[in-house]
Design a protein around this ligand. Structure first.
Ligand code: F6R
Length: 262
């Protein structure tokens, strides 16, 4: 798992847009994996800017989103389908986009259908991920075991609380979702994970400990052959403090050792 720390949120969005630009240049008919939430909004704005400037063409590409609330109508302003149309799909020329269907009558059948659709498309070339404060990716919440394929899940209370900011007081917030499983995510050929803002500093620090915490779903990405994590300095705050302290300790140890030897 590679790590790139950049100064600001805007730098992270531009770097992530560079990865998408490169991907589409190399393979115009790429299968793109996309996420929702606050983090990728700046990336989507940047992709739209590049598309408007004629620097990006999505006409041969198609996409799959990580997850969708369940049950939810496609046109509900808080549905991920609505979010994606608003921030990206209605503004670019993507040939086809898919999300798990939050309107499906049978959630389990919809999960299987979604997996088949991804597999028929040849799998995902480049996947975009954000991370929850509890380490979730997609809606794979901390658990003892994790699903391979798309699954109907109950959201952790912390995730419901974190997303409540998007729902009005009079709106019912879904507490269930359909999400790609950890296995599905691990099958993506290339992954980028964006971690931004001070609120994510603690989970970013845990993710980069030299351990696989099985209760931090994002830790599975350490086993993926081509994952890059982009962080801004705010999210990397604890990592920077820790590594600077470590460096000072090492310098002190070397100085003591060479002093003793001298
Ligand atoms: C969104 C998703 C979630 C978010 C995560 C971070 O499709 O699957 O895992 O990436 O909850 O959300 P934000 O970016 O709002 O902090």
């Amino acid at each position: 798992m590679r790590r790139i720390i950049l100064d600001t949120y805007e730098d992270v969005c531009r770097a992530a847009a560079d990865v998408y630009t490169e991907q589409l240049k190399e393979k115009p008919n790429s299968v793109l994996g996309l996420a929702t939430g606050s983090t990728p909004i700046g990336l989507y704005d940047e992709l739209v800017r590049r598309y408007d400037a004629g620097a990006l063409d999505f006409s041969k590409a198609r996409s799959f989103n990580l997850d969708e609330y369940y049950p939810i109508k496609k046109d509900h302003p808080q549905s991920y389908n609505y979010f994606m149309r608003k921030h990206l799909f209605d503004k670019i020329n993507i040939s086809k986009y898919s999300l798990p269907n939050g309107e499906a009558a049978d959630a389990e059948a919809e999960c299987l259908r979604y997996d088949v659709e991804i597999s028929d498309a040849g799998g995902i070339d480049l996947m975009l991920l954000g991370i929850g404060h509890n380490g979730h990716i997609g809606f794979n919440e901390p658990a003892v075991s994790y699903p391979m394929g798309t699954t109907h899940v109950e959201l952790a209370k912390s995730s419901v609380d974190a997303n409540s900011r998007f729902f009005g007081l009079d709106e019912t917030q879904p507490t269930e979702a359909l999400t790609m499983g950890i296995g599905e995510i691990m099958r993506c050929k290339k992954i980028i994970l964006l971690i931004t803002g001070e609120g994510k500093a603690e989970i970013a620090m845990k993710l980069f400990e030299r351990k696989i915490h099985t209760d931090i779903p994002a830790c599975f990405l350490k086993l993926h052959p081509d994952t890059t994590v982009f962080l801004d300095r705010a999210a990397a705050r604890d990592i920077i403090v820790f590594e600077e302290a470590l460096k000072r300790e090492r310098i002190k140890a070397v100085q003591e050792w060479t002093g003793l030897r001298g």
